[in-house]
Ligand binder design. Sequence first.
Ligand SMILES: Nc1ncnc2c1ncn2[C@@H]1O[C@H](COP(=O)(O)OP(=O)(O)OP(=O)(O)O)[C@@H](O)[C@H]1O
Ligand SMILES: Nc1ncnc2c1ncn2[C@@H]1O[C@H](COP(=O)(O)OP(=O)(O)OP(=O)(O)O)[C@@H](O)[C@H]1O
Ligand SMILES: [Mg+2]
Ligand SMILES: [Mg+2]
Lengths: 226, 226
Amino acid sequence: AARAVDAVKTYGEGDAAVHALAGVTVEFPTNRFTAIMGPSGSGKSTLMQCVAGLDRLSSGLAYIGDTELGGLNKTQLTLLRRDRLGFIFQQYNLIPTLTAQENILLPLTLAGEDPDRQWFDTIVSTVRLTDRLGNLPSQLSGGQQQRVAVARALVPRPDIIFADEPTGALDSQTGIEILSFMRRAVDEAGQTIVMVTHDPHAASYADNVLFLADGQIIDSMPDPTT
Amino acid sequence: AARAVDAVKTYGEGDAAVHALAGVTVEFPTNRFTAIMGPSGSGKSTLMQCVAGLDRLSSGLAYIGDTELGGLNKTQLTLLRRDRLGFIFQQYNLIPTLTAQENILLPLTLAGEDPDRQWFDTIVSTVRLTDRLGNLPSQLSGGQQQRVAVARALVPRPDIIFADEPTGALDSQTGIEILSFMRRAVDEAGQTIVMVTHDPHAASYADNVLFLADGQIIDSMPDPTT
Ligand SMILES: Nc1ncnc2c1ncn2[C@@H]1O[C@H](COP(=O)(O)OP(=O)(O)OP(=O)(O)O)[C@@H](O)[C@H]1O
Ligand SMILES: Nc1ncnc2c1ncn2[C@@H]1O[C@H](COP(=O)(O)OP(=O)(O)OP(=O)(O)O)[C@@H](O)[C@H]1O
Ligand SMILES: [Mg+2]
Ligand SMILES: [Mg+2]
């Protein structure tokens, strides 16, 4: 579904250079749930953002399907992301002036499409926000804001969902419900999910876990159990 | 060190009212490490913010030492927080235009005080930011930003540190180092810490764990072990 070939991302120059990605070649298979773990600062968010077309590599290639992202201009990248990808950001990135419902529906609104009403209700009840849809982000707890971000990525049923620590602010029960839902979406609804997490329990829902350190893949573990 | 008596915080009115705190009476003992756990939306951040003077209760009393916060005006609250409290926010709340070092030193700068140079170096090396002090928040990973927020609260050695999920974005190794440091600060440096967490492993560093649900304390567990 997505892959990186010799991906390099460097910030700064000379002695101050930060090698966020130091040569990453990795495949995120279609209809699979892939987890990425690694120390803080090891390049997980950078890898996700470069493969999802939110950032440019310094060198190397990033693919969504057969499309090489380096060959797209900004407008083409925006359209590809809008039509094919869902993203759960580490910092949520909710629009402060829109309600929870408006934030959740924003990708479809921008694409000019109508939501599947039943699917919307299913997801809103899974993330337990049914009675908070009219609130602004500032009126929601940290975990409630994260759940809005999760719902926003799930509702359009994109080809690939990139989730950057989607359960970090949630108590274990809520986290389990969301991870189980994502597992079912892969098993029953053809979803492809790539998830960054620090939580080994969350990683246990994946089909494969990749381990990143200092901008490189150092290990992988198929069929993880906690 | 701090306490709440019949604390009530209600948002909205009538059927739409949200009872964030529904009558909380709790003590956070001096020179102890108290953890607060509970489901997403149960009132943890609200309790911390009201006891730390960052928000007003709808009814009931909040104390820092013998000072009842409802009797203070905005200026007095600001000075009390500045001089006596440290806060690690769930969303970090870093100043985007200041470097990591400037963000960490901001409370002391605002108080017109000089940092203890050795203590600063100790904390910066504990949170492993020694070579990133010159970067802006936008140039740091999610976990690195959280570590800036942690360091900022620890450097002034305030009377009480209120930490809202201080290790949520960190890999387990980094989280362990920060929690061990906080434990030592309580055991060896007279620190008082109140920490909200979703992570039972983090809570195991505390002397007592309080459980919140639907705006009320429902249980407490002294000397927790994982
Ligand atoms: N301005 C507001 N208007 C309406 N409801 C609010 C407002 N601020 C907070 N709330 C609600 O108060 C309740 C408690 O919020 P709080 O942030 O204390 O929860 P929490 O326990 O910290 O949750 P989390 O674990 O998700 O961070 C939540 O239901 C939240 O939506
Ligand atoms: N604009 C930038 N300038 C300099 N360095 C940067 C910039 N953006 C990111 N970095 C650095 O790149 C490295 C990888 O960052 P990344 O956000 O991918 O880490 P991460 O694995 O997601 O960490 P975390 O678990 O803390 O979220 C980090 O050391 C980070 O500080
Ligand atoms: Mg990250
Ligand atoms: Mg909270």
